[in-house]
Design a protein around this ligand. Structure first.
Ligand SMILES: [Zn+2]
Length: 105
């Protein structure tokens, strides 16, 4: 089993539109990707790691899309994307394509 991507975003409803646009920008359709919607998005490192491992085992996504957003109630910040990349590469290897986006209100 192999899917095109894994998308990680915050649960915050205010960013659903922006996440949807990012998905479309990456030419992903329904059924192409795993979707992880958790508090803090890619800044929730424990949940990120857990979901990356499960996604790799079950679906082997070929790209990882990591997001955090402005004004996150779970305290995630733009700088968390750096560590999220490191975590992602530690699980998927250095060659995995990674897209990051800091979503603004
Ligand atoms: Zn948030």
């Amino acid at each position: 089993m192999e899917i095109k991507a894994l998308v990680v975003c915050c649960m915050d409803y205010r960013f659903q539109k922006a996440v949807r646009e990012l998905i479309l920008d990456n030419e992903l359709n329904y059924g192409d990707y795993d979707m992880v919607s958790i508090k803090g998005g890619a800044g929730n490192f424990a949940q990120l790691e857990e979901h990356l491992i499960v996604a790799k085992t079950l679906h082997n996504p070929q790209k990882i899309i990591l997001t955090v957003h402005e004004d996150c109630g779970a305290k995630a910040t733009e700088y968390d994307l750096e560590k999220a990349i490191i975590i992602s590469k530690s699980i998927f290897g250095d060659e995995i394509p990674i897209v990051t986006k800091y979503l603004k209100l």
